[in-house]
Write a protein that binds this ligand. Structure first.
Ligand code: NAD
Length: 273
């Protein structure tokens, strides 16, 4: 893997800039096949969560793959109920058992709910115990990030937020930048709606690329890690070909100008789960 494929985190570890997202992927053959296709296509990073209910299949896929465990970046997340109930450590143990591994590379607090500061302190202990290599946040906005920074000893390595050309969440990004917290984009392909935006197809044509590759490459050139989801081999391969072309500044700016504060997922300031 070339240097461009990796991004250095504030804890010194290098995370692959491309991962496979497995939300809404069945806990069986569907996930196992998708992950193996991704590995064959050069992906070395899988993004799951307890709430996706497919950690068993993710674990099996990694076990059965022809790759050493240390070559794979595995992320999972602590679900909101576990954060609220003060059982982050127990939830991590359960995830590790389902994933059939001794450690995860990144453990995130999935949403900023009551109890997240105490949960963060549990994550710090898991880090010390070697059960996780990095710890981070997901869907944490400015005030939530500052609360964790104020109470914790370890800086979050990553903040995983909804991010795509229609929604860049500048406040969360600038607060993350302040603490050198890397950004991972969830729903980088706008949950498939990128197909309805003619600009991507227009740019793609000029580069002899696809619209999906243009959107994902725009994220990468903004130093944002991407975890596109697909269970189809052709799309998984396509979404992985991001490191052999570069968008010109003028195309980057044209895509930047699509920003409209439009969410495809829940609002971290107003959610009820
Ligand atoms: P996405 O933006 O990655 O879009 C995926 C959809 O786009 C697919 O289901 C498919 O319909 C379409 N698609 C994918 N590749 C395509 C291609 N090459 N051509 C045409 N269509 C294509 O959506 P997502 O699954 O919401 O987000 C990606 C990952 O982010 C998830 O799988 C999950 O791992 C993570 N995520 C995290 C959170 C969080 O709260 N932390 C929330 C949502 C998603």
């Amino acid at each position: 893997m070339g240097g461009m494929r990796m991004q250095r985190l504030n804890n010194g570890l290098e995370i692959p800039r491309l991962g496979l997202g497995v939300w809404q992927t069945d806990n069986g053959t569907e996930a196992i096949r998708a992950i193996h296709w991704a590995f064959d296509a050069g992906y070395r990073h899988v993004d799951t969560a307890r709430i996706y209910k497919n950690e068993e299949a993710v674990g099996q896929a990694i076990k059965q793959a022809d790759l050493p465990r240390q070559d794979i970046w595995l992320t999972t997340k602590i679900w909101n109920d576990d954060i609220r109930q003060g059982r982050a450590t127990a939830a991590l143990e359960e995830s590790l058992r389902r994933l059939d591994t001794d450690y995860v590379d990144l453990l995130l607090l999935h949403w900023p709910v009551d109890g997240s500061v105490a949960a963060w302190q549990e994550l710090e202990r898991a880090l010390e115990a070697g059960k996780v290599r990095s710890i981070g946040l997901s869907n944490f906005m400015e005030d939530d990030i500052r609360k964790i920074i104020g109470a914790g000893n370890v800086r979050p390595a990553v903040n995983q937020i909804e991010y795509h050309p229609y929604l860049v969440q500048a406040d969360a990004i600038s607060t993350s930048d302040e603490y050198d917290i890397a950004i991972t984009a969830w729903s980088p392909l706008m949950q498939g709606k990128f197909l309805q935006e003619p600009l991507f197809a227009e740019i793609a044509k000029r580069y002899d690329r696809t619209a999906a590759q243009v959107v994902l490459r725009w994220c990468i050139q903004n130093d944002v890690i991407v975890i596109p989801k697909s269970v189809h081999q052709k799309r998984i391969v396509e979404n992985g070909q991001l490191f052999d072309f570069e968008l010109a500044e003028s195309d980057m700016v044209d895509i930047d100008n699509l920003e409209r504060g439009h969410r495809f997922g829940p609002d971290p300031h107003d959610f009820d789960f």
